[in-house]
Design a protein around this ligand. Structure first.
Ligand code: G6P
Length: 625
């Protein structure tokens, strides 16, 4: 949450900072601002709302400064008003700071600084930082900006990433990482820092991710890295494998729509990466190739999965697959709950953290908690941690020893779509791998599932092609609807939750996802002709049950929309409207049934004229608790 960017080099900084911030807007867009150093002064321009407001404000006043920092904000402390926008400055307006994170002890620091005569103009936690740095520059032994920032960060508690410039040190940009992501980019005579790589990839592919407790000093001559104690560290950048065109819309009206259409490709890439290409000989230990060490799987008795948001929904599908195919008891937890109320310790337990960004603070904290509480225990209680992420270079990637990399490519739309499908693919591979190794299902059954999985990309393309106009048509009818109910059962219950979440996130329509059989225990009281019900009904275990539950909704005058395979005559009679998917086995159906729900949410939001890619109050990467 919040994006920060910094530049020092030989080009005009303003445009580089603005284009960097554009790529970081997914992290928050309540306000934006940049500060540069020019002719001995800090020039700071800030604007409430999205980046284009800042752009218009900057046009007449931009300087040719070659050093600067920028920020795009997701408000935590203080309303999204201009006076709370970053960069923040000290009273003499000599030091400017941008921050991503939360300074937990800012109240105490503020009081101390007030007693020394400092006056504050914002309600933010960040504003104490430039004041503290200015105070240290004035009073202590710190003889450089680096030293003052180093001393200042040793007073700060919380999780944060910072970039700092000063009018008195025009050739120096200081960047700090403490539990919030920050990468340094190395160009030719120019250097960058940013919360995430897309902000700098059009300038350089040579990057270095700072570790917690590290400070970087960027000058036009190079980058020096220190720890918080002031010791110099030797580190080398690595080359990024990220194509700048991956972060363009490529003719689609919104990133979200483009990303929905990329899903068949994501499934293909996952099949190629996770499954052995020679599927005729299934006699190898497993046809799945996740590259995980055997010790992760041995004697496994329990699995706990921690995640947030859409990743939590993917984890619920994962639980279904692991329990049904591999017979391992699996629990799925909201990371924000689990970190403060973990399950009792069990031996031989695999802990899986699922996070597309690899930066979600609660998910990381839940994993750390699990690791710490197990470290002094007997060997069978030791933490076995597995990460599932779309960003292997993220904080999660650096924290867990083993990972399944999801292969969605960079996702820009704040509402997750293709990364969800990529997470489902990771869980299919994991569950099948476990089932093979533990011999919990007949080889033929598993073989059939893998063969059927290989049919999914083409079925998804057919589903996408048939859905576009149907969902657009329904969106027209439902653009002013106030409440929606989504029903599913079994493996499609998480898809009902995901359908409701997508609609809430981008269209601001109230929606609830419910297990179809539970509807009669409460939500049925909400139903009338004004509340449409979307039911996911796929032939299999619970098909007839879902159809009966749907009839119960219809009897209360709800308009019924069915997400169901094309050929089903019975369903066609029950539902008022159909969003048909290609014929598919129930076990694999979530990868297809989620598609019409994503499109429905997209088209309703687009018809309501909303900002689909950057819905209000949300951020893609939630790096605060
Ligand atoms: C935010 C995003 C959601 C996402 C959730 C978890 O709330 O808006 O789309 O599902 O974070 O993100 P993660 O990166 O951990 O999967």
């Amino acid at each position: 949450m919040c994006g920060i960017v910094g530049y020092i080099g030989t080009q005009a900084a303003t445009e580089i900072l603005l284009s960097g911030l554009e790529k970081l807007e997914y992290r928050g867009y309540d306000s934006a601002g940049i500060a540069t150093v020019w002719e001995g002064e800090v020039n700071c321009v800030r604007a409430k709302g999205k980046l284009h407001n800042l752009r218009s404000k900057l046009e007449p006043v931009a300087t040719p400064a070659q050093i600067g920092i920028g920020h795009t904000r997701w408000a935590t402390h203080g309303k999204p008003e201009e006076h709370n926008a970053h960069p923040h400055m000290d009273m003499a307006m000599r030091v400017a700071v941008v921050q991503n994170g939360i300074i937990e002890n800012y109240r105490d620091l503020r009081e101390e600084l007030k007693q020394k005569g400092h006056q504050f103009i914002s309600e933010t936690d960040t504003e104490v930082i430039p004041h503290l740095i200015a105070e240290l520059l004035k009073t202590s032994s710190s003889s450089s900006l680096l030293e003052a920032v180093r001393q200042a960060v040793n007073h700060l508690e919380g999780a944060f990433a910072l970039a700092v410039i000063s009018a008195d040190y025009p050739d120096e940009l200081i960047a700090v990482r403490q539990q919030a992501p920050l990468v340094i980019g190395f160009g030719q005579g120019e250097f960058f820092c940013a919360s995430d790589t897309p902000a700098i990839v059009s300038h350089t592919r040579a990057v270095l991710s700072l570790e917690n407790g590290e400070i970087a000093r960027l000058t036009p001559l190079g980058v020096e890295i220190y720890n918080f104690a002031g010791d110099r560290l030797r580190k080398q950048p690595r080359m990024l494998n990220l194509n700048p065109t991956m972060v363009e819309k490529q003719g689609f009206k919104h990133f979200m729509l483009k990303e929905i259409y990329e899903q068949p490709g994501v499934v293909r890439a996952s099949l190629e990466a996770y499954f052995n290409s020679d599927r005729s000989s299934i006699d190898t230990p497993s046809p799945v190739n996740l590259g995980l060490p055997p010790k992760l799987y041995s004697d496994l008795e329990q699995i706990h999965i921690v995640a947030c948001g859409t990743s939590w929904h993917a984890a619920l599908v994962g639980k279904y697959l692991i329990e049904q195919l591999a017979g391992i008891s699996t629990q799925v937890h909201y990371a924000s709950e689990y970190r403060y109320a973990p399950s009792p310790l069990t031996p031989n337990t695999l802990i899986i953290g699922v996070t597309q960004s690899g930066e979600t603070a609660d998910t990381l904290a839940a994993l750390v908690m699990e690791k710490e509480r197990r470290q002094d225990k007997e060997p069978q209680y030791q933490a076995r941690l597995l990460g599932i992420t779309n960003r292997p270079e993220s904080s999660l990637g650096r924290m867990v020893p083993d990972m399944i990399n999801t292969l969605a490519g960079i996702e820009i739309g704040v509402a997750a779509t293709k990364t969800f499908v990529a997470q489902l693919m990771a869980f299919y591979a994991l569950a099948l791998d476990l089932a093979y190794l533990r011999q919990t299902a007949a080889k033929e059954t598993l073989e059939k599932i893998i063969n059927d999985l290989h049919q999914i990309p083409q079925k998804m393309e057919t589903t996408l092609a048939s859905q576009e106009s149907l969902t657009e048509h329904l969106a027209h009818e439902f653009a002013d609807t106030q409440d929606f109910i989504f029903l599913g059962r079994g493996i499609n219950y998480p898809i009902a939750l995901e359908g409701a979440l997508k609609l809430k996130e981008i269209s601001y329509i109230h929606a609830e996802g419910y297990p179809a059989g539970e509807m009669k225990h409460g939500p049925i009281a909400l139903l009338d002709a004004k509340v449409p019900v979307v039911a996911i009904a796929v032939p299999g275990n619970v098909y007839e049950k879902v159809l009966s539950n749907s009839q119960e909704a219809k009897a209360r005058d709800s308009r019924l929309i069915g997400v169901t395979p094309v050929k089903d005559g019975e369903a066609a009679e029950i539902f008022n409207d159909l969003l048909p998917v290609s014929d598919v086995d129930e076990l694999l159906s979530p990868i297809l049934t989620v598609v019409p729900l994503q499109l429905l949410a997209y088209h309703i939001a687009a018809r309501r004229g909303l900002d689909v890619d950057q819905p209000r109050n949300l951020a893609k990467s939630v790096t605060v608790e």
